[in-house]
Design a protein around this ligand. Structure first.
Ligand code: HEC
Ligand code: HEC
Ligand code: HEC
Ligand code: HEC
Ligand code: HEC
Ligand code: HEC
Ligand code: HEC
Ligand code: HEC
Ligand code: HEC
Length: 353
């Protein structure tokens, strides 16, 4: 099944375009009102207090020590902050910087005290959503949510709010970032299944699918939430069997040619054929069609063509072995879904045994 460049290009173009639009939209977004950075009013519950404010000497930052009338601050906001927080000199050198942090630290921090940890002017996610309405809309309306946004440090699990050396203010390269959480055994997905430990899976399965080889997890997954199964960027059937409809395989067909499953007879579209009888068509294109996962591992496999070793059956995950063997002109599957069957794509055989 060759790659189809026009589709791949269309997908890339669409990504580029939507990226531009999203950036333009969020660039335009401004918080509704500039946050107040006065100390919390007397009587408000203080969660956290800034050490120099706690010390009581307003003149550490303001012109006067009189708490009733401290006057303006002695220098520009960021200059003031970085005079003590020297580590921020390095942040300014990073390749990607967050515009609100370059503009004023007080866009997000109250220099006196706050109800929120790290002196944030609002609950962290609400603070981010205040300017990133597109991400808010996309994640809140998504049918499939990603717990990475709601657990631990939330947005800051993945983004550095000040500046980063990775694009999109990511704290690590996307692949390393995903693996930093997805390298544990037994993590539940919240719907009864267990998620893969990708570190060990990728170590044990050396034949990586090209986009995984390119370390591009987000070629197929949306980190903030998605309407598709498994946070996928496009449709892919959730179950082992599915009635055939190319729209259900939009994910695979955004990079692969869908004709491979559409044409019953071919001598060119695929090597998964017996003579000219298209076995991709035979298995997939039917009312109770086998989905690609019946035979392929989407991330990484032990054998070429991403052929999987076995198929998990039932709730306890018992594995039915595929016993796939590659031959010089095709391959065979032994005692699996059916008795041993062999296919050969060349030469076109006259009769099948
Ligand atoms: C760590 C530095 C720091 C300390 C210490 C500090 N402030 Fe501030 N304060 C600031 C900054 C920065 C601003 C925002 C100024 C700006 O944006 O121009 C501010 C603003 C304020 C404002 C709001 C002014 C306005 O425009 O609404 C008040 C009121 C205030 N400070 C009172 C105090 C008092 C009272 C003390 C001492 C008890 C104090 N501050 C100690 C840094 C500090
Ligand atoms: C006079 C020195 C001084 C100045 C000026 C100063 N800070 Fe701090 N800041 C501290 C100290 C001391 C701490 C507490 C020690 C620590 O956690 O590193 C602290 C802690 C913090 C924390 C972490 C609070 C926590 O709960 O962990 C934040 C956020 C912060 N400062 C932001 C700012 C911002 C924003 C400014 C400028 C408006 C600023 N600081 C100016 C001395 C200063
Ligand atoms: C867009 C919002 C935003 C802006 C603007 C911003 N910060 Fe922060 N900052 C955060 C968040 C969110 C955290 C909490 C990170 C976490 O939970 O680990 C944080 C954490 C911190 C901390 C605590 C670091 C630690 O390791 O605990 C300091 C100090 C700090 N910021 C200083 C600054 C300074 C100085 C500036 C201006 C140069 C600034 N921030 C601008 C959002 C912001
Ligand atoms: C699991 C990691 C992860 C978490 C958690 C996360 N992001 Fe992202 N974010 C990414 C990645 C990866 C990208 C790069 C875009 C892509 O490849 O889809 C991105 C891109 C972005 C962008 C720029 C492009 C766009 O989609 O608009 C913004 C803005 C953004 N994130 C904001 C947020 C906010 C706000 C939160 C918290 C609600 C958040 N992110 C939580 C991983 C994450
Ligand atoms: C005061 C407004 C404001 C706040 C608050 C804010 N941002 Fe941003 N953010 C911006 C602007 C402006 C840009 C630059 C335009 C753009 O790329 O969308 C930006 C850019 C980004 C980008 C890079 C987008 C890209 O495509 O490279 C990420 C990621 C991001 N912000 C995440 C966050 C997170 C996480 C928070 C909360 C901790 C947050 N922002 C809070 C205004 C804000
Ligand atoms: C901060 C930890 C963390 C990071 C970073 C993270 N994830 Fe997750 N992810 C989780 C947790 C926890 C779950 C299980 C709960 C859930 O389904 O949301 C999960 C679930 C998923 C799921 C299954 C969602 C479902 O419900 O079917 C996919 C797919 C996924 N993550 C992909 C990614 C990708 C791709 C990245 C990198 C861009 C990534 N994750 C980064 C914590 C993380
Ligand atoms: C070519 C597209 C593609 C790429 C690239 C990809 N995935 Fe997936 N991913 C899928 C599909 C399809 C599923 C659903 C598999 C199934 O149910 O048969 C999935 C499922 C998942 C799941 C949930 C199920 C599980 O076994 O844990 C996680 C988590 C996940 N992927 C993480 C990642 C990470 C991390 C990367 C990067 C190393 C990545 N994916 C790269 C297509 C992709
Ligand atoms: C982001 C693009 C992309 C997506 C999405 C994608 N693939 Fe691939 N896939 C490739 C590339 C590139 C190759 C390597 C070139 C080739 O063999 O066609 C490849 C190779 C394969 C191979 C191995 C071919 C061989 O002969 O070794 C299989 C099997 C495969 N993909 C199945 C799938 C399935 C199933 C899906 C949907 C779940 C899918 N792919 C989604 C890009 C993609
Ligand atoms: C019944 C098992 C089975 C199913 C279901 C299946 N494949 Fe395959 N596929 C194979 C086998 C076996 C090969 C290896 C053919 C060879 O080279 O001998 C293959 C090869 C491929 C290749 C490499 C190029 C080629 O066609 O020879 C791609 C790409 C591919 N499959 C994609 C898919 C996609 C996408 C789906 C779901 C729409 C799918 N497959 C469903 C068994 C299957």
């Amino acid at each position: 099944m060759p790659l189809s460049p026009p589709r791949a290009c269309a997908a890339l173009l669409a990504t580029l375009l939507s990226g531009t639009v999203a950036a333009a939209e969020s660039a335009a977004a401004k918080p509704k009102a500039p946050p107040s950075v006065a100390p919390l009013a007397a009587g408000e519950k203080v969660g956290w207090s800034h050490a120099p404010y706690e010390a009581g000497d307003c003149s550490l930052c303001h012109q006067r020590s009189d708490p009733k009338n401290p006057g303006p601050i002695v220098k520009g906001v960021n200059e003031l902050c970085t005079s003590c927080h020297e580590e921020f000199a390095e942040v300014k050198e990073r390749k990607f910087r967050h515009p609100p942090a370059e503009a004023a630290c007080t866009n997000c921090h109250n220099p006196h005290n706050s109800r929120e940890r790290k002196l944030l002017v609002a609950e962290q996610t609400a603070l981010c959503f205040g300017c990133h309405a597109d991400v808010k809309a996309a994640s809140e309306t998504a049918r499939v949510k990603h717990a990475a946004l709601s657990t631990g440090s939330r947005c800051v699990n993945c983004h550095n709010p000040h500046g980063a050396s990775v694009e999109h203010l990511l704290v690590q390269l996307p692949f390393d970032l995903c693996l930093s959480c997805h390298s544990k055994d037994g993590v539940p997905d919240g719907r009864g299944a267990t998620l893969t430990n990708f570190k060990s899976w990728l170590e044990q399965n050396k034949v990586w699918h090209a986009p995984v080889e390119a370390k591009d997890c987000t070629a197929c997954h949306k980190p903030h939430g998605s309407d598709s199964f498994r946070l996928l960027v496009a449709e892919y059937p959730a179950k082992f069997y599915a009635p055939y409809d190319p729209a259900n395989y939009a994910l695979c067909f955004s990079c692969h040619n869908d004709r491979v499953v559409a044409e019953p007879v071919t001598t060119t579209l695929t090597n998964f054929r017996d003579g000219s009888k298209n076995l991709h068509y035979l298995h997939v294109n039917r009312e109770r069609g086998r989905t690609c996962r019946a035979c392929h591992e989407v991330h990484a496999a032990k054998q070429e063509h991403q052929i999987r070793e076995g198929v998990p059956y039932g709730a306890r995950g018992w594995v039915l072995k595929l016993n796939y063997t590659k031959t010089a002109t095709g391959g065979s599957c032994a005692k699996t879904c059916h008795g041993t069957k062999t296919y050969s794509y060349k030469p076109v055989p006259e009769k099948k045994s």
